[in-house]
Design a protein around this ligand. Structure first.
Ligand SMILES: C[S@@+](CC[C@H](N)C(=O)[O-])C[C@H]1O[C@@H](n2cnc3c(N)ncnc32)[C@H](O)[C@@H]1O
Length: 332
């Protein structure tokens, strides 16, 4: 069984500045590497709320026998609702370790990897939304091209989309159930498009890397869910809390960086107010609701050479830290 080697583990936990009796959120449980490290820093009164939308992550979390630990199989964009349901107003810190886990990539049956054969699925929660194959069979060429460009910055987006549609139309005409159904078949189709083009393949990088990333981001609605929760963070964090986010590609990091930027003001919700009541009031008259709060970006950390040597998957990681401050708290 595949395990997950947590990226920037020590750095992420140090930056959270865990108070022993605080309440923390691990928004991306995976295989619990960061969660277990947070639990080890908490005292008997501390609490950890962990989230993951993947049912296999949920199963892994069920093995943690600790009354301070509470797991929810859900999208992290639902965190405000989850907190409301369990009667919690605000927490003392939150961690996001974005993207996919090693077990998701290593199990060919999940359809995330261009190196392992399996069905074209790619859903983090396979009972939500549609599989990649279902989408490819109905999307039009332009839609496929836009997804490849927007979420993969793929230079051959147009040719890859044309080739997929050609294969797909043959498949639909000849009623061949099996066509365009496996990860290796799609990876080879993309590789062939590269071989026929004048663009050189990059050494050590599979030509399907960007396309697989693009399809995964699109199908799992990754950037929208991230942007939704980043906007809501000031509603659920107490002043002085830390936000720690590890991202793995430039699209994610750009979004994180712009959401954590200094001088972006938020109106804070009063204690006892539910997020729905707050959203309603804020939409009516945000100027009258004080105090205003800010996310103050603190630092950016990259993995050390030793970590990259030990865990190749960490090489593109960027950790960003921000703190929740109010307008009358001076910048340090
Ligand atoms: C890189 S792994 C986390 C690994 C974890 N920190 C560890 O040490 O084991 C990312 C996890 O986030 C989950 N995930 C990604 N986007 C999510 C979302 N919008 N809502 C909930 N879980 C999400 C994935 O299913 C995956 O298990």
């Amino acid at each position: 069984m595949s395990s997950h080697s947590s990226v920037l583990l020590k750095e992420a936990i140090d930056e959270l500045q865990i108070a022993t009796d605080g309440v923390y959120i691990d928004a991306t449980y995976g295989r619990g590497g960061h969660s277990k490290a947070i639990l080890s820093k908490l005292g008997p009164k501390g609490k950890l709320i962990a989230i993951d939308k993947d049912p296999e992550a949920a199963e892994d979390a069920s093995s943690i026998d600790d009354t301070r630990f509470h797991f929810f199989q859900s999208n992290f964009s639902d965190i405000p609702q989850i907190l409301e349901n369990i009667g919690l107003n605000k927490v003392n810190g939150i961690l996001f370790d974005l993207g996919v886990s090693s077990p998701q990539l290593d199990n060919g049956q999940r359809g995330f990897s261009f190196l392992k054969n399996g069905p074209l699925d790619m859903r983090m929660n396979p009972s939500e939304g549609i599989s990649l194959r279902e989408w490819l069979l109905k999307a039009d060429k332009n839609e496929i091209k836009i997804v490849l460009k927007e979420y993969g910055e793929e230079r051959l987006a147009s040719s890859i989309a044309s080739e997929i549609c050609l294969k797909r139309d043959i498949c639909l005409l000849s009623n061949k159930e099996k066509m365009l159904s496996s990860t290796l078949e799609l990876a080879k189709l993309i590789d062939d498009v590269y071989s026929r083009s004048r663009i050189r393949k990059k050494k050590g990088i599979h030509p399907a890397t960007k396309s697989f990333q693009a399809f995964r981001i699109y199908l799992n609605n990754e950037l929208d869910q991230l942007s939704e929760i980043l906007e809501k963070l000031p509603l659920i964090l107490v002043l002085g809390s830390r936000i720690v986010i590890i991202s793995f590609h430039s699209l994610e990091d750009r979004l994180v960086k712009s959401s954590l930027r200094k001088n972006k003001t938020f109106v804070s919700r009063s204690d006892g107010m539910t997020s729905n009541q707050f959203a309603f009031l804020a939409s009516m008259d945000s100027d009258n609701m004080k105090p205003k709060i800010y996310l103050k970006p603190l630092k950016k950390i990259k993995p050390s050479g030793t970590e990259i040597d030990r865990n190749k998957r960490s090489r593109s990681a960027i950790l960003r830290v921000a703190e929740v401050i109010s307008e009358n708290v001076d910048s340090k």
